[in-house]
Ligand binder design. Structure first.
Ligand code: GLA
Length: 746
């Protein structure tokens, strides 16, 4: 069993292969946290010395016995409001007569096989029957409040999941004001925070900062996880790096407004809470009703960030994403967005598709502009019928022609949105979010549909079902291009408007749940103005998400690196686009663009008609190479070969197959120097005892000032791991390298 209850010590311990997590039922029934860290057996209660800390209150029952026992200083599993803990609150409820708080005490616990599920929310599942669930029920009798703390333990995956189910056990309505998914107290350690911030076209920039005394917070109030902060963070020991040291990850399986807060308190303890954004949130529970929080995925590793990332990658691919495409080989696609923007017709699309087919592309994706009267981004969202001006014959003949070429067909939609200039809006103005009495803010000239309303969500679902039934569509790109504002629903009573943001997210999940179940063969790709909703909630339904509207490969190195700390390469939509790049104007070599796009769901986003014959030939080779490497790229273990903050002139990463038989190292030179230091790097993840043959070493677009000495054809794994290899000196604008190694037969 990976969950152990010690009745004498009153401890509950969760073990994964490399980590242990322990809690203890305190003398008065409070659920205290005792340890989360590298795997160790033991009773960790003694770590926490009782100390009388001035102005930290003591439960009434313990006065006279000890003044050192305080909820304000002891680590806890779920901190309740108004209970004598002045640090971050995880749960706050208010009764109809104004009693406010969440002073929780133990009622019972249960250990069971399998993984709990959440109502209406995506959550990790148990593909190989190894998960166990711990449920600990706590209650605040004075409020009629019950909180069931749910823990899922994946021993071999080194992952612990958490969620809370809150129930109103009273006889009158109870209003939740805060319901975090988890609270994690780390009493000791010297931590840095690694988080992923950004903006449109510059998502998930990794930033590592020291934890400060006081509160630090990241989050989103956009009813979308957003470009600005990602619902994933890592706490790492000051000395931890990519390959060594304590790291603790926390990822929310949630795509709506969220918050993640850290507080280093007066005693130097660190508290981390994460969940639905509490500002503006409230949720009323009638007697007997329950509320499920989104799930949090926790991982602790003692051996650095690379190991931590790989645990998340595997979990997302194998135990979170339900799509049958998650582990499957994906078609190489070509998307017409950067090729045509809104300006296309049947002939143009078909000529792009024909050229794409000749390059080896397998899926053609028709992006924005095919519907309603859409000729720019100011109209027609909601009118999901074909644009007869551009496609007078309709979609059928276009899809038929594209299928006849031997290509699959994909379509762009933005179903959560409505343009004011649309038939849908004219028919149902009240379906859009707006505060009565004032004009709502626009984003990209559009409004958001109120998906908290059943009839609106049903309409979106039926519309998509209609499209997918009518047309033989193989792929859907599901976009959303604004943040939600003016939160007010015509369908909710005044005292329930605080539920709207979360209800919209639940509405979206409900649609996705039904749609992906009904069309399991369709490949869905998420998108939100690029990567503005790149989170584990969306990845439960969609195996891939467009990573950023910035397709410049040099910018993408940072965006994709940041994304890869939590999310697998197989989830990262990445395309080769034209040069000069449309977003930055930078010129980069075609093969370097492909090397970077191969660190993701590989595709193209350019007009192949504008390519030279030589470029076309290179693309054919790229696609063939991608096909060959695709299992490794999709499922290989990822190793970042450079440290985040070290000064360097290149970015390099490596993928290694599970049996360590095969590996691909990729490198992009980002800064050529007049008199550079040797380009030396040590590989990772290989079997030191094995011998590896250099299958391929490509130096793409490199001007080599000296004729390079040939590299050995065979290396021992140990030589590559410990001595490393020095690459020839390369000059020029952004040359790149791919090195393929295969275990040599003895
Ligand atoms: C968003 C997406 C782009 C493209 C446009 C179309 O910005 O990220 O890839 O689909 O919308 O309007």
């Amino acid at each position: 069993m990976s969950i152990v209850y010690d009745a004498a010590a009153r401890t509950l311990t969760l073990h994964t292969r490399e980590s242990s997590y322990q809690m203890q039922i305190g003398p008065l029934g409070h659920l205290l946290h005792t340890y989360y860290g590298r795997r160790a057996e033991g009773d960790f209660r003694s770590l926490h010395l009782l100390k009388d800390v001035g102005f930290s209150p003591v439960p009434h029952e313990l006065d006279g016995e000890t003044r050192g026992w305080s909820l304000d200083t002891l680590p806890q599993e779920l901190s309740g409001a108004n209970s004598g803990d002045f640090r971050l609150t995880s749960l706050c409820a208010v009764t109809a007569d104004g009693r406010r708080g969440g002073s929780l005490r133990y009622v019972r616990h249960e250990i069971r096989r399998g993984k709990y599920a959440l109502r209406g929310l995506p959550a990790a599942f148990d593909p190989d029957g190894e998960a166990e669930t711990l449920s600990v029920t706590l209650a605040d009798e004075a409020l009629g409040l019950e909180a069931e703390l749910l823990y899922g333990v994946y021993e071999s995956r080194d992952l612990i999941t958490r969620a809370v189910r809150v129930t109103n056990r009273g006889s009158a309505p109870l209003r939740l004001e805060k319901a975090a998914s988890c609270c994690l107290d780390l009493p000791f350690g010297d931590w840095d925070l690694l988080h992923f911030h950004g903006r449109h076209a510059m998502e998930r920039q990794p930033e590592r900062v020291a934890v400060m005394n006081g509160v630090q917070r990241i989050g989103s109030g956009r009813v979308s996880s957003g470009h600005q902060h990602n619902p994933f963070l890592i706490l790492c020991d000051k000395h931890a790096n990519e390959d060594a040291g304590d790291c603790l990850g926390l990822m929310l399986v949630y795509s709506g407004s969220f918050e993640m807060e850290l507080e280093q308190d007066q005693m130097g303890s660190l508290r981390l809470t994460a969940g639905i954004k509490s500002e503006g949130f409230s949720w009323t529970l009638q007697p007997g009703e329950s509320f499920d929080t989104p799930e949090a995925l926790l991982c602790f590793r003692h051996d650095g960030l690379n190991a931590l990332s790989r645990r998340y990658h595997r979990l997302i691919r194998e135990a979170l994403c339900r799509s049958r495409w998650s582990g499957a080989e994906r078609p190489v696609l070509l998307n017409n967005w950067e090729a045509t923007y809104f300006n296309f017709d049947h002939r143009k699309i078909l000529s792009i598709a024909r050229e794409a087919k000749e390059l080896g592309v397998e899926l053609f994706v028709l992006d924005d502009g095919w519907f309603g009267r859409r000729s720019d981004d100011r109209s027609s969202l909601g009118d999901w019928f074909v644009n007869r001006e551009k496609l007078p014959g309709g979609l059928e003949p276009l899809i038929r022609d594209i299928h006849a070429l031997g290509l699959r067909f994909g379509l762009w939609v933005e179903p959560e949105m409505v343009s004011e200039n649309s038939e849908l809006f004219r028919a149902h103005p009240d379906w859009a979010l707006a505060v009565p009495g004032r004009l709502p803010a626009l984003g990209r000239s559009q409004l958001a549909l109120d998906l908290s309303r059943r009839e609106v969500a049903d309409w979106v679902f039926e519309t998509l079902v209609g499209l997918l039934r009518r047309y033989p569509i193989d792929y859907i790109k599901w976009d959303i291009n604004r943040s939600l504002t003016d939160l007010y629903s015509q369908a909710l009573p005044a005292d329930r408007q605080g539920e709207l943001a979360h209800r919209c997210t639940l509405g979206l999940y409900g649609i996705l749940e039904r749609l992906t179940a009904e069309f399991p063969e369709v490949l869905f790709e998420g998108c939100a103005g690029g990567g503005g909703r790149f989170d584990a909630g969306m990845l439960a339904y969609f195996p891939q998400i467009w990573c950023s509207d910035d397709t410049d490969p040099i910018e993408r190195l940072t965006i994709q690196r940041g994304t890869g700390y939590g999310y697998p390469l197989s989830a990262v939509g990445a395309h080769v686009s034209a040069s000069p790049n449309h977003q930055t104007g930078r010129r980069t070599p075609l093969d370097t663009r492909a090397v970077v796009a191969m660190a993701g769901g590989f595709g193209y986003e350019l007009d192949p008609g504008k390519l030279s014959e030589e470029e076309k030939e290179r693309i054919r080779v790229q696609i063939a190479r991608f096909r060959e490497l695709s299992p490794l790229l999709r499922e290989g273990d990822l190793y970042r070969l450079t440290e985040l903050d070290e000064p360097r002139d290149f970015e390099a990463w490596q993928l290694v197959s599970a049996d360590r038989g095969e590996s691909l190292m990729s490198l992009v030179l980002t800064h050529p120097r007049a008199n550079p230091r040797p380009l030396h790097l040590r590989l990772k993840g290989l079997d030191p005892a094995a011998r590896y043959r250099v299958e391929r070493l490509d130096l793409f677009d490199a001007f080599l000032p000296e004729k390079p000495e040939p590299l050995p054809e065979i290396y021992t794994g140990a030589a590559l791991l410990y001595a490393g290899l020095t690459l020839p000196r390369m000059m020029g604008d952004y040359p790149s390298v791919q090195l393929v190694l295969k275990k040599a037969e003895d």
